[in-house]
Write a protein that binds this ligand. Structure first.
Ligand code: ATP
Ligand code: MG
Length: 556
């Protein structure tokens, strides 16, 4: 593992950082990155890429990563989101220490900076309505037009901006804009808005302000205020970089450099916060933490682990081209991690009763079975064996082909960890459904005792008298289409919701499962990984299917 890390080629941001460090371009040789979520929703799998990158770089180069909540839009933001973001990052295993910042902490400073821009003749108060502003802005092919207010005097701008702040005007009446270039080929440079009037209560500053700084103005300033050395964001912000650089030059502030990387997109998954919010609000999922949601709290409830998510980020790397990653790679990472670490239990989902006709009635024999086969000498669980058992319906076949090595009439199979049994008789109900198999066990085949004899098939089982009934929530993909960015004009993303994304099932489990306190998903032997849901109680245990045990997918 250590070696693998050392020989892994650097990604393009690591290359830049190593060059900067080598050339002495980093103050105190300490890189400073930040993860800057807007607290208007829950974090999702896409954010993990940014978190692993920003926190990961700080770890790797012994730098610092700030958590900055970019809370510039009070109408859409909420303490609930702020708290969930912090919980989620901690759950992933990253920590920002004392470096927890909020754009709103800088509102006084940002206001002073705006005054500075006005004094320098680089900002003006505009009375164009939002519609007019749009009209004056021009298009990608046509330059914009100067606002009639563009040449207001500095005194007049100062006076109006102060009065905007004092709440003398209604929303939309005035806007503070940067004075750059209405003919710039880059629309972001056509006198972008810096402040708007908004009478909204802010989750942190309450009613102190009725003017709020725009995202584009705030974002770069915050990076400079915090001396961020490497400001890493997603590709769509590359056209905003000239504006950030303009602020740096005009104001002479700390030159945080911005580097852009490709967003992560996943097949069968949507990551737009707006759409995720809609799914929650319309009740199409049970909440932000519905195990089908791509949110961190959703995948956590599904049973995905931080280790698996980090492994996934390592595998996908950091590119400059947009990627649609195969969700199977993520599922593969989850299985890799759980296979190594999860405890094993036997659970039968669709049972058939097996009666051992030569078993002494009422006798219970306990078998010590390893919780994890990778550690045969490690911790054990005790599994009761009796003469009345459940096996999975799928493990029996009446007219079995030659290659079917599980149970069939007159055939033999090993019941995992225990004896070999032989099926002597098949009992059916009036409709011809198999309801019971009458079998005999071979007492000489007890592992560790008697004679070792092998048969081709081994199946799992549960003692009926000891079985605990579980509610199983069998989750599948939320959407039916792989590329959810490619929705036809006449359709809506909700038309692609998978009607079978949740099926409620039932399982019969060996009793030890209820005492499991590993905190991660368990493996139902031969079936899949399941995670105990927070809804679960000792009287009514509930398990979520994390993923099936195997599929044919292999990463490249
Ligand atoms: P929205 O969907 O509401 O526009 P956003 O996806 O940009 O918002 P933010 O909260 O602003 O969400 O994101 C915080 C950080 O996470 C940003 O730096 C952003 O670039 C990054 N990020 C967001 N989505 C992804 C993604 N799919 N892949 C990689 N990084 C992402
Ligand atoms: Mg954003």
């Amino acid at each position: 593992m250590e070696n693998e890390k050392e020989t892994k080629p650097l990604n393009f941001i690591e290359k830049i950082i190593e060059d900067d460090l080598r050339e002495g371009r980093v103050p105190n040789d300490t890189i400073v990155t930040r993860f800057p979520p807007e607290p208007n929703g829950y974090l999702h799998i896409g954010h993990i890429k940014s978190i692993c990158l920003n926190f990961g770089l700080a770890e790797k180069y012994k730098g610092i990563c700030h958590l900055r909540l970019d809370d510039t839009n009070p109408a859409k933001e909420d303490m609930e989101y702020i708290n969930s973001i912090k919980d989620d990052i901690h759950w992933l295993g990253f920590d920002w220490g004392e470096h927890e910042y909020y754009a709103s902490d800088y509102y006084d400073q940002l206001y002073e900076i705006a005054l500075d821009l006005i004094r320098k003749g680089k900002a003006y108060v505009d009375s164009l309505s939002p519609e007019e502003m749009k009209e004056y802005r021009g298009t990608l092919t046509e330059p914009g037009k100067n606002s009639p207010d563009r040449d207001r005097s500095i005194e007049e701008n100062m006076d109006l901006f102060l009065r905007m702040k004092n709440g003398e005007f209604p929303e939309g009446k005035y806007t503070l804009r940067a004075k750059i270039d209405m003919a710039s080929p880059n629309i972001n440079m056509r006198d972008p808005a810096l402040y708007r009037i908004k009478y909204a209560e802010h989750p942190r500053t309450g009613n102190k302000w009725c003017i709020y700084p725009m995202y584009d103005y705030t974002h770069g300033q915050c990076d400079s205020i915090e001396n961020i050395t490497h400001s890493i964001c997603t590709l769509e912000f590359d056209v905003h970089r000239p504006l950030y650089d303009w602020f740096i030059k005009t104001l002479g502030i700390y030159p945080s450099h911005q580097y852009e990387f490709a967003r992560l997109n996943l097949t069968y998954t949507l990551m737009s916060k707006r759409k995720l919010l809609e799914l929650v609000q319309k009740g199409l999922v049970s909440g932000w933490d519905d195990p089908r949601m791509p949110t961190l709290c959703g995948v956590r409830r599904r049973g995905y682990t931080p280790q698996a998510l980090k492994m996934f980020c390592e595998k996908i790397g950091v590119s400059k081209r947009d990627q649609l990653m195969d969700i199977q790679l993520l599922e593969w990472c989850v299985r890799q991690d759980l296979n190594a670490r999860s405890n094993r239990y036997m659970v039968v989902e669709d049972p058939i009763k097996v009666t051992l006709t030569n078993w002494e009635p009422g006798k219970v024999e306990w078998f010590d079975c390893p919780l994890n086969p990778a550690e045969p000498e490690g911790a054990k669980r005790s599994v009761p064996f009796t003469g009345e058992l459940y096996i999975s319906r799928a493990d029996f076949m009446e007219d079995a082909p030659k290659k079917f090595f599980r149970l069939k009439p007159d055939g033999e199979v090993r019941l995992k960890y225990t004896y070999i049994i032989k099926c002597n008789e098949v009992i059916k109900d009036a409709d011809g459904n198999v309801v019971e198999l009458r079998c005999t066990y071979d007492p000489t085949t007890r592992p560790g005792g008697g004679e070792w004899r092998s048969v081709k098939g081994t199946i799992h089982w549960v003692s009926i008298a000891h079985a605990r009934e579980l509610e199983l929530r069998l989750y599948d993909r939320l959407f039916t289409q792989a590329d959810m960015s490619d929705i036809p004009e006449d359709k809506d993303y909700k038309d692609f919701l998978n009607p079978d994304s949740l099926v409620i099932g039932k399982g019969y489990a060996e009793p030890a499962i209820l005492d499991d306190n590993s905190g991660i998903a368990v493996q139902f032997e031969r079936v899949g990984y399941y995670y105990k849901d927070p809804d679960s109680t000792p009287e009514h245990p509930v398990f979520n299917r994390t993923t099936v045990l195997k599929d044919s997918y292999k990463p490249e």
